[in-house]
Write a protein that binds this ligand. Structure first.
Ligand code: MAN
Length: 526
Protein backbone atom coordinates (compact mmCIF):
# COMPACT_ATOMS: atom_id res chain seq x y z
CA UNK A 1 0.00 0.00 0.00
CA UNK A 2 2.82 2.38 0.95
CA UNK A 3 4.68 1.42 -2.27
CA UNK A 4 1.59 2.16 -4.37
CA UNK A 5 1.17 5.60 -2.77
CA UNK A 6 4.85 6.39 -3.41
CA UNK A 7 4.65 5.47 -7.10
CA UNK A 8 1.47 7.60 -7.45
CA UNK A 9 3.28 10.57 -5.90
CA UNK A 10 6.31 10.05 -8.19
CA UNK A 11 4.08 9.90 -11.25
CA UNK A 12 2.33 13.12 -10.20
CA UNK A 13 5.70 14.85 -9.68
CA UNK A 14 6.85 13.70 -13.12
CA UNK A 15 3.64 15.00 -14.70
CA UNK A 16 3.98 18.38 -12.99
CA UNK A 17 7.67 18.74 -14.03
CA UNK A 18 7.04 17.67 -17.60
CA UNK A 19 4.15 20.11 -18.13
CA UNK A 20 6.14 23.14 -17.05
CA UNK A 21 8.90 23.25 -19.64
CA UNK A 22 8.81 26.77 -21.09
CA UNK A 23 9.76 27.16 -24.73
CA UNK A 24 9.07 23.51 -25.61
CA UNK A 25 6.44 22.17 -28.01
CA UNK A 26 3.90 20.35 -25.74
CA UNK A 27 4.25 17.30 -27.97
CA UNK A 28 7.90 17.11 -26.91
CA UNK A 29 7.33 17.54 -23.13
CA UNK A 30 8.06 13.83 -22.66
CA UNK A 31 11.65 14.44 -23.71
CA UNK A 32 12.05 16.59 -20.60
CA UNK A 33 10.92 14.01 -18.01
CA UNK A 34 13.44 13.60 -15.17
CA UNK A 35 14.84 10.19 -14.29
CA UNK A 36 13.85 8.50 -11.02
CA UNK A 37 16.79 10.11 -9.24
CA UNK A 38 15.84 13.60 -10.52
CA UNK A 39 18.47 13.69 -13.26
CA UNK A 40 18.01 14.64 -16.92
CA UNK A 41 20.03 13.80 -20.03
CA UNK A 42 20.76 16.46 -22.69
CA UNK A 43 18.85 15.70 -25.93
CA UNK A 44 22.07 14.93 -27.82
CA UNK A 45 22.91 12.39 -25.07
CA UNK A 46 26.20 14.12 -24.29
CA UNK A 47 25.66 15.00 -20.63
CA UNK A 48 23.55 14.13 -17.56
CA UNK A 49 22.52 17.10 -15.44
CA UNK A 50 20.12 17.73 -12.59
CA UNK A 51 16.58 18.19 -13.85
CA UNK A 52 16.47 21.43 -11.84
CA UNK A 53 19.10 22.84 -14.21
CA UNK A 54 16.61 22.83 -17.12
CA UNK A 55 15.67 26.46 -17.92
CA UNK A 56 17.78 27.80 -15.00
CA UNK A 57 19.25 30.47 -17.34
CA UNK A 58 22.62 28.69 -17.43
CA UNK A 59 23.71 26.74 -20.47
CA UNK A 60 24.81 23.20 -19.55
CA UNK A 61 24.21 21.09 -22.66
CA UNK A 62 26.46 21.52 -25.73
CA UNK A 63 23.35 21.29 -27.95
CA UNK A 64 21.56 23.98 -25.89
CA UNK A 65 18.64 21.63 -25.18
CA UNK A 66 18.58 22.38 -21.41
CA UNK A 67 17.58 26.04 -22.03
CA UNK A 68 14.58 26.00 -24.39
CA UNK A 69 12.84 28.82 -22.52
CA UNK A 70 15.70 31.26 -21.85
CA UNK A 71 18.35 33.01 -23.90
CA UNK A 72 21.22 31.28 -22.07
CA UNK A 73 22.19 28.91 -24.94
CA UNK A 74 22.91 30.69 -28.25
CA UNK A 75 22.09 27.57 -30.26
CA UNK A 76 18.69 26.92 -28.71
CA UNK A 77 15.17 27.53 -30.09
CA UNK A 78 12.11 28.87 -28.29
CA UNK A 79 8.65 27.49 -29.12
CA UNK A 80 5.67 29.93 -29.11
CA UNK A 81 2.32 28.15 -28.80
CA UNK A 82 0.52 31.05 -30.61
CA UNK A 83 -2.96 29.76 -29.81
CA UNK A 84 -5.43 31.02 -32.43
CA UNK A 85 -2.70 31.13 -35.07
CA UNK A 86 0.19 28.86 -36.09
CA UNK A 87 2.89 27.85 -33.58
CA UNK A 88 6.41 29.07 -34.34
CA UNK A 89 10.02 28.67 -33.28
CA UNK A 90 12.27 31.69 -32.72
CA UNK A 91 16.01 31.81 -32.01
CA UNK A 92 16.54 31.79 -28.24
CA UNK A 93 18.58 35.03 -28.24
CA UNK A 94 15.27 36.81 -28.98
CA UNK A 95 13.76 35.57 -25.69
CA UNK A 96 13.38 38.35 -23.13
CA UNK A 97 15.37 40.78 -25.28
CA UNK A 98 12.86 43.57 -24.71
CA UNK A 99 11.39 43.30 -28.24
CA UNK A 100 8.03 41.71 -29.05
CA UNK A 101 8.89 39.10 -31.68
CA UNK A 102 6.72 39.14 -34.84
CA UNK A 103 6.65 35.34 -35.04
CA UNK A 104 5.46 34.99 -31.40
CA UNK A 105 2.06 36.64 -31.69
CA UNK A 106 1.08 35.35 -28.22
CA UNK A 107 3.85 37.50 -26.64
CA UNK A 108 5.22 34.47 -24.78
CA UNK A 109 8.82 35.36 -25.73
CA UNK A 110 8.83 38.34 -23.33
CA UNK A 111 8.18 37.55 -19.64
CA UNK A 112 10.42 40.11 -17.98
CA UNK A 113 9.17 43.37 -16.54
CA UNK A 114 10.98 45.24 -19.34
CA UNK A 115 8.11 45.02 -21.75
CA UNK A 116 4.61 43.64 -22.03
CA UNK A 117 3.77 41.92 -25.32
CA UNK A 118 0.01 41.68 -25.92
CA UNK A 119 -1.43 38.50 -27.39
CA UNK A 120 -2.20 39.40 -31.05
CA UNK A 121 -2.81 35.83 -32.23
CA UNK A 122 -6.58 36.26 -32.74
CA UNK A 123 -6.23 39.13 -35.27
CA UNK A 124 -3.01 37.76 -36.81
CA UNK A 125 -4.65 34.34 -37.20
CA UNK A 126 -7.76 35.82 -38.82
CA UNK A 127 -5.73 37.86 -41.33
CA UNK A 128 -3.56 34.85 -42.07
CA UNK A 129 -6.55 32.59 -42.66
CA UNK A 130 -8.10 35.20 -44.95
CA UNK A 131 -4.85 35.44 -46.95
CA UNK A 132 -4.65 31.67 -47.12
CA UNK A 133 -8.22 31.46 -48.45
CA UNK A 134 -7.38 34.07 -51.13
CA UNK A 135 -4.19 32.25 -51.96
CA UNK A 136 -6.05 28.98 -52.23
CA UNK A 137 -8.63 30.59 -54.49
CA UNK A 138 -6.06 32.19 -56.79
CA UNK A 139 -4.00 28.99 -56.79
CA UNK A 140 -7.09 27.02 -57.85
CA UNK A 141 -7.78 29.47 -60.67
CA UNK A 142 -4.09 29.46 -61.63
CA UNK A 143 -4.04 25.66 -61.66
CA UNK A 144 -7.05 25.58 -63.98
CA UNK A 145 -5.29 28.04 -66.31
CA UNK A 146 -2.12 25.95 -66.13
CA UNK A 147 -4.05 22.76 -66.98
CA UNK A 148 -5.36 24.58 -70.05
CA UNK A 149 -1.81 25.62 -71.00
CA UNK A 150 -0.64 22.02 -70.69
CA UNK A 151 -3.50 20.65 -72.82
CA UNK A 152 -2.88 23.24 -75.52
CA UNK A 153 0.86 22.47 -75.41
CA UNK A 154 0.21 18.76 -75.89
CA UNK A 155 -2.01 19.52 -78.90
CA UNK A 156 0.70 21.72 -80.35
CA UNK A 157 3.37 19.03 -79.85
CA UNK A 158 1.16 16.43 -81.57
CA UNK A 159 0.61 18.87 -84.42
CA UNK A 160 4.35 19.54 -84.79
CA UNK A 161 5.16 15.82 -84.69
CA UNK A 162 2.61 15.10 -87.41
CA UNK A 163 3.95 18.01 -89.43
CA UNK A 164 7.50 16.64 -88.99
CA UNK A 165 6.50 13.22 -90.39
CA UNK A 166 4.55 14.76 -93.29
CA UNK A 167 7.47 17.03 -94.17
CA UNK A 168 10.00 14.20 -93.98
CA UNK A 169 7.90 12.04 -96.34
CA UNK A 170 7.25 14.96 -98.66
CA UNK A 171 10.97 15.81 -98.79
CA UNK A 172 11.84 12.21 -99.75
CA UNK A 173 9.35 12.32 -102.65
CA UNK A 174 10.22 15.84 -103.80
CA UNK A 175 13.93 15.10 -103.58
CA UNK A 176 13.44 12.03 -105.71
CA UNK A 177 11.64 14.15 -108.28
CA UNK A 178 14.32 16.85 -108.05
CA UNK A 179 17.11 14.34 -108.70
CA UNK A 180 15.16 12.99 -111.68
CA UNK A 181 14.76 16.50 -113.08
CA UNK A 182 18.42 17.26 -112.48
CA UNK A 183 19.40 14.10 -114.33
CA UNK A 184 17.17 15.04 -117.24
CA UNK A 185 18.60 18.55 -117.29
CA UNK A 186 22.15 17.24 -117.30
CA UNK A 187 21.39 14.87 -120.17
CA UNK A 188 19.85 17.73 -122.17
CA UNK A 189 22.76 19.99 -121.37
CA UNK A 190 25.25 17.33 -122.35
CA UNK A 191 23.46 16.84 -125.70
CA UNK A 192 23.37 20.52 -126.41
CA UNK A 193 26.90 21.41 -125.41
CA UNK A 194 28.60 18.05 -125.72
CA UNK A 195 30.00 18.84 -122.37
CA UNK A 196 31.82 15.87 -120.93
CA UNK A 197 31.61 17.34 -117.48
CA UNK A 198 27.81 17.40 -117.54
CA UNK A 199 27.88 13.80 -118.68
CA UNK A 200 29.95 12.79 -115.68
CA UNK A 201 27.65 14.75 -113.41
CA UNK A 202 24.72 12.91 -114.91
CA UNK A 203 26.32 9.57 -114.06
CA UNK A 204 27.02 10.81 -110.56
CA UNK A 205 23.38 11.79 -110.28
CA UNK A 206 22.27 8.36 -111.43
CA UNK A 207 24.20 6.94 -108.53
CA UNK A 208 22.80 9.56 -106.11
CA UNK A 209 19.24 8.80 -107.27
CA UNK A 210 19.73 5.08 -106.89
CA UNK A 211 21.19 5.52 -103.43
CA UNK A 212 18.32 7.79 -102.45
CA UNK A 213 15.78 5.23 -103.71
CA UNK A 214 17.53 2.53 -101.72
CA UNK A 215 17.27 4.68 -98.57
CA UNK A 216 13.51 5.07 -99.16
CA UNK A 217 13.11 1.34 -99.67
CA UNK A 218 15.20 0.57 -96.60
CA UNK A 219 12.94 2.85 -94.55
CA UNK A 220 9.82 1.11 -95.86
CA UNK A 221 11.41 -2.28 -95.25
CA UNK A 222 12.32 -1.39 -91.66
CA UNK A 223 8.73 -0.27 -91.06
CA UNK A 224 7.36 -3.57 -92.38
CA UNK A 225 9.91 -5.55 -90.38
CA UNK A 226 8.80 -3.76 -87.18
CA UNK A 227 5.12 -4.44 -87.91
CA UNK A 228 5.77 -8.13 -88.50
CA UNK A 229 8.11 -8.46 -85.51
CA UNK A 230 5.43 -6.92 -83.29
CA UNK A 231 2.76 -9.16 -84.75
CA UNK A 232 4.96 -12.19 -84.12
CA UNK A 233 5.23 -11.33 -80.41
CA UNK A 234 1.82 -9.85 -79.72
CA UNK A 235 -0.56 -12.03 -81.76
CA UNK A 236 -2.98 -14.26 -79.90
CA UNK A 237 -1.00 -17.52 -79.61
CA UNK A 238 -4.10 -19.47 -78.57
CA UNK A 239 -5.99 -18.57 -81.72
CA UNK A 240 -4.71 -20.72 -84.59
CA UNK A 241 -5.18 -18.36 -87.50
CA UNK A 242 -3.49 -19.97 -90.51
CA UNK A 243 -3.00 -16.63 -92.28
CA UNK A 244 -1.16 -15.22 -89.26
CA UNK A 245 0.90 -18.39 -88.84
CA UNK A 246 1.97 -18.42 -92.47
CA UNK A 247 2.80 -14.69 -92.31
CA UNK A 248 4.99 -15.36 -89.27
CA UNK A 249 6.80 -18.30 -90.84
CA UNK A 250 7.26 -16.20 -94.00
CA UNK A 251 8.68 -13.44 -91.82
CA UNK A 252 11.10 -15.87 -90.13
CA UNK A 253 12.31 -17.16 -93.50
CA UNK A 254 12.63 -13.60 -94.77
CA UNK A 255 14.66 -12.54 -91.76
CA UNK A 256 17.13 -15.41 -92.29
CA UNK A 257 17.54 -14.45 -95.97
CA UNK A 258 17.58 -10.75 -95.16
CA UNK A 259 20.44 -11.01 -92.67
CA UNK A 260 22.73 -12.53 -95.31
CA UNK A 261 21.46 -10.19 -98.06
CA UNK A 262 21.97 -7.17 -95.86
CA UNK A 263 25.71 -7.68 -95.68
CA UNK A 264 25.89 -8.04 -99.48
CA UNK A 265 23.80 -4.91 -100.03
CA UNK A 266 25.98 -2.94 -97.65
CA UNK A 267 29.05 -4.21 -99.48
CA UNK A 268 27.55 -3.17 -102.82
CA UNK A 269 26.70 0.27 -101.48
CA UNK A 270 30.29 0.67 -100.31
CA UNK A 271 31.33 -0.29 -103.83
CA UNK A 272 29.07 2.39 -105.26
CA UNK A 273 30.62 4.93 -102.89
CA UNK A 274 34.04 3.95 -104.16
CA UNK A 275 32.78 4.41 -107.73
CA UNK A 276 31.47 7.84 -106.84
CA UNK A 277 34.92 8.84 -105.58
CA UNK A 278 36.40 7.70 -108.89
CA UNK A 279 33.72 9.70 -110.75
CA UNK A 280 34.57 12.75 -108.66
CA UNK A 281 38.23 12.40 -109.51
CA UNK A 282 37.35 12.18 -113.20
CA UNK A 283 35.17 15.27 -112.82
CA UNK A 284 38.04 17.15 -111.21
CA UNK A 285 40.36 16.12 -114.01
CA UNK A 286 37.80 17.22 -116.56
CA UNK A 287 37.37 20.52 -114.79
CA UNK A 288 41.12 21.03 -115.09
CA UNK A 289 41.04 20.01 -118.76
CA UNK A 290 38.17 22.41 -119.32
CA UNK A 291 40.40 25.24 -118.26
CA UNK A 292 42.88 24.26 -120.97
CA UNK A 293 40.50 23.35 -123.83
CA UNK A 294 38.28 25.92 -125.45
CA UNK A 295 36.49 23.67 -127.96
CA UNK A 296 35.67 20.07 -127.24
CA UNK A 297 35.19 17.86 -130.27
CA UNK A 298 32.21 15.56 -130.00
CA UNK A 299 33.17 11.99 -130.66
CA UNK A 300 30.80 10.09 -132.93
CA UNK A 301 31.42 6.91 -131.03
CA UNK A 302 30.18 6.71 -127.44
CA UNK A 303 33.21 5.94 -125.27
CA UNK A 304 32.86 2.88 -123.11
CA UNK A 305 31.85 4.25 -119.75
CA UNK A 306 33.30 1.84 -117.20
CA UNK A 307 31.57 3.55 -114.25
CA UNK A 308 28.15 3.32 -115.91
CA UNK A 309 28.74 -0.30 -116.90
CA UNK A 310 29.31 -1.08 -113.28
CA UNK A 311 26.16 0.78 -112.22
CA UNK A 312 24.20 -1.34 -114.61
CA UNK A 313 25.61 -4.49 -113.08
CA UNK A 314 24.79 -3.15 -109.64
CA UNK A 315 21.29 -2.19 -110.77
CA UNK A 316 20.70 -5.76 -111.86
CA UNK A 317 22.06 -7.13 -108.61
CA UNK A 318 19.97 -4.73 -106.56
CA UNK A 319 16.80 -5.58 -108.46
CA UNK A 320 17.41 -9.31 -107.99
CA UNK A 321 18.06 -8.85 -104.31
CA UNK A 322 15.11 -6.60 -103.73
CA UNK A 323 12.84 -9.00 -105.56
CA UNK A 324 13.94 -11.82 -103.32
CA UNK A 325 13.57 -9.96 -100.02
CA UNK A 326 10.47 -7.83 -100.56
CA UNK A 327 7.18 -9.14 -99.13
CA UNK A 328 4.86 -10.25 -101.99
CA UNK A 329 2.28 -7.61 -101.07
CA UNK A 330 4.66 -4.79 -101.92
CA UNK A 331 6.87 -6.51 -104.46
CA UNK A 332 4.98 -5.61 -107.64
CA UNK A 333 4.40 -1.96 -106.79
CA UNK A 334 7.99 -1.37 -105.71
CA UNK A 335 9.55 -3.28 -108.62
CA UNK A 336 7.28 -1.56 -111.17
CA UNK A 337 8.41 1.78 -109.84
CA UNK A 338 12.09 0.90 -109.70
CA UNK A 339 12.74 -1.01 -112.92
CA UNK A 340 12.17 1.94 -115.29
CA UNK A 341 14.38 4.07 -113.08
CA UNK A 342 17.23 1.61 -112.75
CA UNK A 343 17.16 0.31 -116.34
CA UNK A 344 16.29 3.54 -118.10
CA UNK A 345 19.43 3.58 -120.21
CA UNK A 346 18.54 0.21 -121.69
CA UNK A 347 15.08 1.28 -122.84
CA UNK A 348 14.31 2.76 -126.23
CA UNK A 349 14.24 6.55 -126.04
CA UNK A 350 11.64 8.69 -127.73
CA UNK A 351 12.35 12.13 -126.47
CA UNK A 352 15.17 14.54 -126.17
CA UNK A 353 16.97 12.39 -123.64
CA UNK A 354 18.18 10.14 -126.47
CA UNK A 355 21.25 10.59 -128.59
CA UNK A 356 19.73 13.55 -130.56
CA UNK A 357 20.73 17.17 -130.09
CA UNK A 358 18.43 19.08 -127.76
CA UNK A 359 17.43 22.68 -128.42
CA UNK A 360 18.03 25.58 -126.02
CA UNK A 361 14.31 26.00 -125.24
CA UNK A 362 14.11 22.42 -123.96
CA UNK A 363 17.23 22.93 -121.86
CA UNK A 364 15.85 26.17 -120.46
CA UNK A 365 12.54 24.53 -119.66
CA UNK A 366 14.25 21.57 -117.96
CA UNK A 367 16.42 24.02 -116.01
CA UNK A 368 13.35 25.89 -114.75
CA UNK A 369 11.63 22.66 -113.76
CA UNK A 370 14.71 21.55 -111.87
CA UNK A 371 15.15 24.93 -110.17
CA UNK A 372 11.52 24.98 -109.08
CA UNK A 373 11.88 21.45 -107.70
CA UNK A 374 15.09 22.42 -105.91
CA UNK A 375 13.46 25.53 -104.40
CA UNK A 376 10.57 23.39 -103.23
CA UNK A 377 12.93 20.91 -101.52
CA UNK A 378 14.89 23.78 -99.92
CA UNK A 379 11.79 25.44 -98.56
CA UNK A 380 10.48 22.11 -97.21
CA UNK A 381 13.85 21.53 -95.55
CA UNK A 382 13.69 24.95 -93.88
CA UNK A 383 10.15 24.21 -92.67
CA UNK A 384 11.34 20.88 -91.27
CA UNK A 385 14.29 22.55 -89.57
CA UNK A 386 11.95 25.06 -87.91
CA UNK A 387 9.61 22.30 -86.65
CA UNK A 388 12.59 20.33 -85.32
CA UNK A 389 13.86 23.43 -83.50
CA UNK A 390 10.42 24.10 -81.98
CA UNK A 391 10.22 20.50 -80.79
CA UNK A 392 13.70 20.60 -79.27
CA UNK A 393 12.98 23.53 -76.89
CA UNK A 394 12.55 22.79 -73.14
CA UNK A 395 9.09 24.12 -72.29
CA UNK A 396 8.99 22.99 -68.64
CA UNK A 397 8.12 19.80 -66.76
CA UNK A 398 4.69 19.49 -68.39
CA UNK A 399 5.48 21.81 -71.30
CA UNK A 400 3.54 24.50 -69.40
CA UNK A 401 5.66 27.30 -70.92
CA UNK A 402 5.12 26.30 -74.55
CA UNK A 403 1.99 28.38 -75.13
CA UNK A 404 3.51 31.31 -73.24
CA UNK A 405 6.63 31.46 -75.40
CA UNK A 406 6.95 35.04 -76.69
CA UNK A 407 3.93 36.22 -74.70
CA UNK A 408 5.04 39.64 -73.44
CA UNK A 409 4.18 41.62 -70.31
CA UNK A 410 5.32 45.05 -69.14
CA UNK A 411 5.38 47.19 -66.02
CA UNK A 412 5.72 50.96 -65.63
CA UNK A 413 8.18 51.57 -62.78
CA UNK A 414 8.30 55.39 -63.00
CA UNK A 415 11.57 56.21 -64.75
CA UNK A 416 11.42 53.13 -66.97
CA UNK A 417 8.88 50.67 -68.36
CA UNK A 418 10.24 47.15 -68.13
CA UNK A 419 9.08 44.36 -70.42
CA UNK A 420 9.72 40.64 -70.72
CA UNK A 421 8.60 38.12 -73.31
CA UNK A 422 8.58 34.61 -71.83
CA UNK A 423 11.44 32.54 -73.30
CA UNK A 424 12.21 35.62 -75.43
CA UNK A 425 13.63 39.12 -74.94
CA UNK A 426 13.53 41.65 -72.09
CA UNK A 427 13.73 45.45 -72.49
CA UNK A 428 13.94 48.62 -70.43
CA UNK A 429 12.23 51.62 -72.05
CA UNK A 430 12.83 55.15 -70.83
CA UNK A 431 9.58 56.91 -69.97
CA UNK A 432 11.27 60.26 -70.78
CA UNK A 433 12.43 59.70 -74.36
CA UNK A 434 11.18 56.19 -75.21
CA UNK A 435 14.70 54.89 -75.90
CA UNK A 436 14.79 51.14 -75.51
CA UNK A 437 17.64 49.21 -73.90
CA UNK A 438 17.96 45.48 -74.49
CA UNK A 439 18.21 43.65 -71.16
CA UNK A 440 18.77 40.14 -72.47
CA UNK A 441 17.56 37.08 -74.30
CA UNK A 442 16.15 34.05 -72.48
CA UNK A 443 19.01 31.68 -71.72
CA UNK A 444 17.87 29.13 -69.14
CA UNK A 445 15.59 28.14 -66.26
CA UNK A 446 17.44 28.42 -62.96
CA UNK A 447 15.18 27.68 -60.00
CA UNK A 448 16.99 24.70 -58.36
CA UNK A 449 14.17 22.49 -57.06
CA UNK A 450 11.48 24.63 -58.67
CA UNK A 451 13.55 24.90 -61.82
CA UNK A 452 10.95 26.47 -64.07
CA UNK A 453 10.12 29.31 -61.61
CA UNK A 454 13.24 31.32 -62.32
CA UNK A 455 14.01 32.56 -65.83
CA UNK A 456 17.42 33.95 -66.70
CA UNK A 457 17.87 36.35 -69.62
CA UNK A 458 21.43 37.23 -70.60
CA UNK A 459 23.62 39.06 -73.14
CA UNK A 460 21.78 42.38 -72.98
CA UNK A 461 23.36 45.67 -74.05
CA UNK A 462 26.67 46.14 -72.24
CA UNK A 463 26.60 48.57 -69.34
CA UNK A 464 28.96 51.52 -69.61
CA UNK A 465 32.11 50.37 -67.80
CA UNK A 466 30.27 47.28 -66.56
CA UNK A 467 28.81 43.88 -67.43
CA UNK A 468 26.28 42.96 -70.11
CA UNK A 469 22.76 43.64 -68.84
CA UNK A 470 20.87 40.58 -67.56
CA UNK A 471 17.54 39.68 -65.96
CA UNK A 472 16.61 37.19 -63.26
CA UNK A 473 12.82 36.76 -63.23
CA UNK A 474 11.34 35.00 -60.19
CA UNK A 475 7.84 33.84 -60.97
CA UNK A 476 5.07 33.13 -58.46
CA UNK A 477 1.68 31.51 -58.97
CA UNK A 478 -1.06 33.83 -60.25
CA UNK A 479 -4.00 33.73 -62.60
CA UNK A 480 -2.54 36.35 -64.93
CA UNK A 481 0.90 36.83 -66.45
CA UNK A 482 2.24 40.04 -64.97
CA UNK A 483 5.30 41.84 -63.66
CA UNK A 484 4.80 42.82 -60.01
CA UNK A 485 8.00 44.81 -59.54
CA UNK A 486 11.47 45.34 -60.96
CA UNK A 487 14.61 46.22 -59.03
CA UNK A 488 18.26 46.70 -59.97
CA UNK A 489 20.17 45.40 -56.90
CA UNK A 490 23.49 45.47 -58.77
CA UNK A 491 24.28 47.82 -61.64
CA UNK A 492 22.70 46.43 -64.83
CA UNK A 493 21.40 43.27 -63.09
CA UNK A 494 17.62 43.42 -63.06
CA UNK A 495 15.39 41.39 -60.77
CA UNK A 496 11.80 40.90 -61.92
CA UNK A 497 9.13 39.60 -59.53
CA UNK A 498 6.38 38.15 -61.68
CA UNK A 499 3.14 36.16 -61.66
CA UNK A 500 2.09 33.40 -64.04
CA UNK A 501 -0.26 30.40 -63.91
CA UNK A 502 2.55 28.28 -65.42
CA UNK A 503 4.24 27.93 -61.99
CA UNK A 504 1.12 27.09 -59.93
CA UNK A 505 1.37 23.87 -57.99
CA UNK A 506 -1.37 21.70 -56.56
CA UNK A 507 -2.86 22.64 -53.16
CA UNK A 508 -0.98 19.84 -51.44
CA UNK A 509 2.35 21.21 -52.52
CA UNK A 510 1.48 24.79 -51.48
CA UNK A 511 0.31 23.53 -48.08
CA UNK A 512 3.50 21.53 -47.68
CA UNK A 513 5.68 24.54 -48.42
CA UNK A 514 3.74 26.73 -45.95
CA UNK A 515 4.25 24.07 -43.27
CA UNK A 516 7.95 23.82 -44.04
CA UNK A 517 8.30 27.58 -43.54
CA UNK A 518 6.42 27.76 -40.22
CA UNK A 519 8.04 24.86 -38.45
CA UNK A 520 11.67 24.22 -37.82
CA UNK A 521 11.95 20.67 -36.47
CA UNK A 522 13.64 20.89 -33.09
CA UNK A 523 15.86 17.79 -33.53
CA UNK A 524 17.40 19.19 -36.70
CA UNK A 525 18.20 22.57 -35.21
CA UNK A 526 19.42 21.56 -31.78
C1 MAN B 1 20.89 53.24 -67.83
C2 MAN B 1 19.91 52.22 -67.29
C3 MAN B 1 20.18 51.88 -65.87
C4 MAN B 1 21.62 51.46 -65.68
C5 MAN B 1 22.54 52.51 -66.26
C6 MAN B 1 23.99 52.04 -66.21
O1 MAN B 1 20.71 54.45 -67.21
O2 MAN B 1 20.01 51.10 -68.08
O3 MAN B 1 19.33 50.84 -65.41
O4 MAN B 1 21.93 51.29 -64.31
O5 MAN B 1 22.20 52.76 -67.61
O6 MAN B 1 24.87 53.01 -66.71
Amino acid sequence: MVALKLSCILAAVTLVSASNIRGVDPEKYDLYNPSRDGQWTCLDGSKVISHNAVNDDYCDCPDGSDEPGTSACPNSLFYCVNEGHIPAYIKSYAVNDGVCDEACCDGSDETSSLIHCPNRCKEVGETYREQQANLKQSTQAGLAAKAQLITEAQDQITQWEEQETILQDEIILKKSNMLKLQRELNILESKSTTNKKAKCQSDGLDVATLKHDIVILQKELDGLKDILAEMKVKHNHNFHDMAVKSAISGYDEFMTRYESMKANIEQDLAHIDAEVSVQEEIEEELAEEEGEETVVEESTEEPVDEGKKHIHTLADTLLEKLESILPTKYKNTVMDALIPLLKKDEQPKENNFDGGISNEADVENARKLFQNAENEVNSLNSELEKVKQDLAVDYGKDKEWLKLKDVCVEKDEGEYTYSLCFLGDAYQKSNKDSTRTFLGKFEKFDGDKDLYKVHVHTHGTRCWNGPERSVKAKIECGLKNEILEVSEPEKCEYHYRMLSPAVCQSDDKVQQQQTEKSFIPIHEEL
